[in-house]
Design a protein around this ligand. Sequence first.
Ligand code: SF4
Length: 444
Amino acid sequence: MLARVRVPGGILSSQQALVLAEFAAKLGAVDLQVTNRSNIQLLLKSLDQADFAALQAVGLAAPIASVDRFRNIMASPTAGIDTQMLVDTRPLVKSIDSYISSNPHLIGLSDKFSVGIDGGEALSIGQRPNDILLLARPSGLRLMLRMSDGSAGSPTGQMLDTRLVWVLEQSVEVFATLSDLYLKHSGSIPPVFSKHRRSSKPRFRHLVEHWGLDWLRANCPGAELTRETVEMPQVGYQYLGVHSQLQSEYFYLGVVLPLGRLTLDQLRGLAEIAAVHGNSEIRLTPWQNIILPNLSAIQPVIGALERLGLSVNPKHSAGSIAACRGTVGCAAAVIDSQNHALAAIRQLTLTSPVQIHISGCDKGCAQPMPSDIALKGTSQGYEIYLHEPGTVFGRYLYPAMPADRALATVQKMLQVHQSLSPATSFRDFTDRHDLSTLLQFFHA
Ligand code: SF4
């Protein structure tokens, strides 16, 4: 069975990591995977009440089992340590998670009722696909909603600024207001179909799209309607490797995990490194890598990571590639995206960080937002796409081709970028040209 362990805010303690490694080994898992919601996912042979209780005892499962299936509260992996942050979001995450964990009436929420809290960090999660985004600023908590882009169920809509602001201390009230609104009204809007035509529970945005923004505002009496404009968080910050922290005596290290995977020995080793050299924290990122914060010495940590087979090199190809489990672990898959991604990690040579997404079908679960390069799995092989905002996969560049040819094509595209425009990022290079010009470059 596939088990998902919620790690609120993605912050795992060394003690929790050791318990998790023991739990996984006992139940037959050989490795585990950091997910794109900063959870941990693992394949188990069995699970009983006593095993679940072991996770509950260290805060890795909700005290009320029925609400444990809800999505993780997402926060920046550099919450509280980021040099640009405006608000430390860790207490907000904790309060909302405690509310979820102790309120069984929330059982009626959609599994996809997802919340992210952005505290203005350089490593922003503002563009990650959360249905509900709370922008935490010193002046308050501002509600942004991810809207549909025309196809109901699409995860790639634009953000709607509701201009509703609560005081920071009201984070639980905000969550309670929105979840109660959902529970009260989600049954009375027309059915929602995913693009795969399956009827599913509505997302929060479907209620707002049905009744309108004024309806939402009228039902949020605790919020103030502000006239102030706000900048949407931008992405593109590079966090792998060594970085300064807000606390100037410390550094954090961004560590590459190939496809988010960790062996159990690596998890135990990370727990020890964090306990000896840091503050016993391992932070999981929604980009499926990890951060070790609060380090005062770097070289011993890099040496210890290398002995575990882990790299902190931002140009390591594994740091650039995201893939779902494909035919290895998903019934909807049409192609072995996981093993093709492992081949890509071995074969591709990067001279600068480039985001590459390899998907086992047209849903794009591993990276539900445009990457620099996307390979969409079909029954004929991979179609290749280039970055374009507001889509799952991007601009359609090449028709389906076998996996080995798709990887060779991607390598050629990377080489062309390096020879023509080494000073700009791959994304800037491709965004600047239309498709026919790019095809000419790639075939020259
Ligand atoms: S993208 Fe398709 S194959 Fe991959 S996990 Fe999602 S549904 Fe499964």
